[in-house]
Design a protein around this ligand. Structure first.
Ligand code: GYE
Length: 324
């Protein structure tokens, strides 16, 4: 307390009141860097737009960096944010490994990092909190839906995995396998990555169909996200089969496009994950930066199953209304 209280350079000449300085400091916007993965899916696009809206609502100055799917770009962006001296960093980590160094650099610079929607294989003290769904649960909810839908009938499943090495791909596979372990009638006959994109989902599904008697031996497709499911639906139609009936379609995300597919009778089930990961992340950051309140290490969002019986048209409209 000090110079800021009252600065008198020479009596009566220049006086700066501390209150002016204090209110200027209070009004300073939080500056938050956000290293986003890219725009591989409809869910990702929704998360980006919700994050921007949330920042704007709270007067947060968001520095946005699109990594175009590459971890090296994310690491560069994070180093850039550290160099700029941002107040905090959000990162949606494309893959699980390889983060220790850059997260340690942020920690040494005293900049809290919040993980959004995917996890990392790194010591927990390198980030403030992680806001994500329980992806094993998501896989289980999807698998349990199929177990119930197929009740005892033989069912051969093909699986479209997410990005190799990402936590949602690893965990959604595990959860689904755990759910169907109790149902010997359900087996996964093929599994390959479609990188969470619509185009790769379609391409890989075409290969599965070719390899499995023109698709006639496939009972269901399990896609780790809705975009790959939408691609698979196209491949099934191109093969002259009916998605939703000849081949059941179950996926994860609950984006508007999967609800249109449900309305058309072409998709059977999806598990919702909210694109609003930034809301809880900013809540945690604002408290932490104000008075040091430590958030929970893992903030887990809900995983809810939707089927066409849940007013698919209404769910589509509701999401569109939110700007997804
Ligand atoms: O499900 C998928 C996306 O990381 C949980 O990434 C997220 C996943 C989401 O591209 O659509």
């Amino acid at each position: 307390m000090k110079t800021s209280r009252l600065l008198a350079v020479s009596a009566g000449l220049i006086t700066l009141m501390s209150s002016t300085i204090a209110s200027t400091a209070m009004a300073k916007d939080l500056v938050v860097g956000f290293s986003q993965i890219g725009s591989e899916s409809g869910w990702r696009a929704a998360e980006t737009s919700v994050t921007k809206q949330e920042a704007e609502k709270r007067g947060i100055d968001l520095k946005f960096a699109d990594a175009q799917q590459k971890q090296e770009n994310q690491i560069k962006a994070i180093r850039g944010f550290i160099a700029q001296g941002v107040d905090a960093i959000l990162v949606a980590p494309v893959v699980a490994t390889g983060w220790d160094d850059v997260l340690s650099e942020a920690k040494d610079a005293n900049i809290p990092v919040v993980l959004l929607d995917r996890g990392v294989d790194a010591p927990e003290d390198l980030y403030l909190t992680s806001v994500a769904s329980n992806q094993v649960t998501e896989g289980k909810v999807a698998g349990q839906w199929l177990v119930d839908a197929e009740a005892g009938a033989d069912c051969k499943v093909v699986e479209l995995q997410g990005t190799v090495g990402s936590t949602p791909a690893i965990n959604r596979k595990q959860g689904f396998e755990e759910a169907i372990a109790a149902a010997p009638n359900i087996t996964i006959i093929r599994s390959q990555t479609g990188d969470f994109t619509r185009s790769k989902g379609k391409e890989v599904m075409e290969g599965f169909i070719k390899a499995e008697n023109g698709g006639k031996d496939i009972c269901a497709v399990y896609a780790h996200n809705d975009d790959m499911a939408v691609g698979a639906i196209q491949a099934i139609k191109d093969a002259g089969l009916k998605p939703g009936t000849d081949i059941k379609v179950v996926s994860i995300d609950a984006v508007p496009d999967i609800f249109s597919a449900m309305v058309a009778g072409e998709a059977n089930a999806t598990v919702e994950l909210t694109p609003n990961m930034a809301g809880p992340a900013f809540d945690a950051l604002e408290k932490y930066l104000a008075d040091g309140t430590m958030p929970e290490k893992f903030i887990i969002t809900e995983s809810k199953l939707y089927t066409p019986a849940d007013d698919a048209q209404g769910e589509f409209d509701r999401r569109k209304g939110l700007g997804y």
